[in-house]
Each structure stands twice: as structure tokens, then as C-alpha cells.
Design a protein around this ligand. Sequence first.
Ligand code: BMA
Length: 320
Amino acid sequence: MLKRYAQNPIITREDIPSILPELVDVSSVFNPGAIKFNDKYLLILRVQNRGRETFMMLAESKNGIDFQVKPTIINFQGIEKISEPIYHCYDARITLLEGVYYIMFAMDMETGCHLGLAKTTDFNHFEFMGITTQEDSRNGVLFPERINGKFMRLDRPNKMKLAGGPTSGNTICLSESDDLLHWQLVSPLMSGRFHYWDELVGAGPAPIKTREGWLQIYHGVATHFGSSNIYQGGVMLLDLKNPAKVLGRSRYNILEPRELYELVGQVPNVVFPSGAIIEKIDSEGVATLDSPVYIYYGAADTAVGLAQTTVEQLIQMAMI
Ligand code: BMA
């Protein structure tokens, strides 16, 4: 299915520089957003310290494999104006849209989990734009262009409580907006398949535009095993002009916890794809079939893994 990079994990806790007083001997780094910027591969990492506090940090690479983590904590300017306590900001998804880089991320607050939106044009300054959900929701990601004049987004309302775990959900929804802050539901897009690999679901990296449709990598959770949920990666294909229409959805997961660093860690049995970089995009902004795809994922909520494939293979996997 996907090919793991042989020297995985590509980023571990040892790669996180100390920043006093927040980050000293951190516990974990995982669930990165990814994008190519000025020929560099960038990741926005989720880093946890031993107080289990969460921070976002930027990592940079020339080849998509060897990353340097910048010794600063990302500050979303303006987020301090929110009066309600914010416990954690995490799981960034990055989308290039009309020349601006948008970052949608989960915010754990008193009223549940909400989707925050920030933007940058240089990856030095990040401006917080606002909270974009009223209901409890996670796994929000913007499409890289307007469709029929509207901004589009996928998110996953949290309508279920996992035994002993966080709130979760089994339906990815498609919404539209005129200003990126206020969203109206278009339709529930796809739901979990109970008894199989993707009982609970959530969107991963930004949709990839191909001539065959939007490729959407997502995660699925199998909850019907005795002692542990299993987080896996999958892929679906959505109609280009009407992304509410699912053209295909992988019957099999395309990445599942198998390696030790995926099976053992802060949360065992987890691969969580959250970033993807497409190498070849043609002059019309469409990914070519032969383009390599780098998929970055959280492994056991502890480290960052890389898996490689091509656009063509992802389409094939979505259509099985
Ligand atoms: C989900 C999210 C992810 C996390 C995963 C596995 O509910 O919280 O951030 O990686 O659980 O713990």
C-alpha cells in the first residue's frame, strides 16, 4: 500500500530543541501539517512536554526527509484575545489558498473542541483569524480553491464519546463559506463503516486536486477490539466540481500500525496521516498521475513517520 521510509521515524522527541521554560526533555512530537514553501518542505509539529501541554513548532527540510526543528514556539497572534481558557491547540492542517497559507487546527476549550483558523504568508508570522465552529468538532481542513465561488471545508463533528477517551465522530462533513470564518453545512460526506477498519473517521491533509477528482487522505478508527482502538490511514476520491459526491473510498486501509514505533508509545496502535506534499503539479495546478506523494503521519502519538506513494497509486487505492 504505502511505502514507509526505511529510517522512520523521521522526527522524534530528541529532535526538539529546548526552549525554557516550556520545552525541556519533551515527551512527544506527532500529527504534523505539511506544505512546500519556496522549495522547502515545512511541517507544523504538535509537540508535548512532560506537563502534557501542547505547542506547535515549525520544521524545515530541503529533501522532505531530513528536518530541522526551529527553536521557536509558533505564536498565533491574536489568539490571546480569546477570553475563554484554551487548553491545547493541535493537529494543524495546512492549505495554500489564493496565495495565502491557512492553518486549521483543533482547540480544546471548556466548551469542547473547536476549529481555529490562522494564516501566514512567510511562516514567520502567524495571524489568528478566529474560531470557525460552534459545535464540538475536529479534523478540519480547507480545500485549496473555491468551488462554485465558495470556500469549502471538511470537518468531523464530535458526536460520540470514546470509552475512556476523547469525543470523536463517525461522519466527515462538507461545508461552504464566503469568509472562511462562518460555515454552512453542505452535506454529511461519508460515515464510518461499523465493524470494519474505519468505524470512526476524520479528514487528513488538504485535498489533492487531480484530473480524476479530489484525493482525500483520511484516518479511520477500528473500535471493536478488546483493549485498544486502531488508528489507520485511508483515501477517498471526491468529484472535482461537486465534492459532496464520493467517487471511491478505499476498502482497505492504506497504512496501519505495524512497526514498533507505531505500535508502542503514548497512544499505542496509531498512524494518523495529517500532512501530504505533492511533488509534481502541472501549470494548471493539478497533481500529475506520476507525482510522488510524501505522507507525514503521527506514530503512536509519539513520533513522526513518512510514507511514500504516487498520485496514481492513491487513486487506485481509493477505487478498490
Ligand atoms: C484523536 C486525536 C488525535 C490523536 C488520536 C490518537 O482523537 O486526538 O490527535 O492522534 O486521537 O490518540
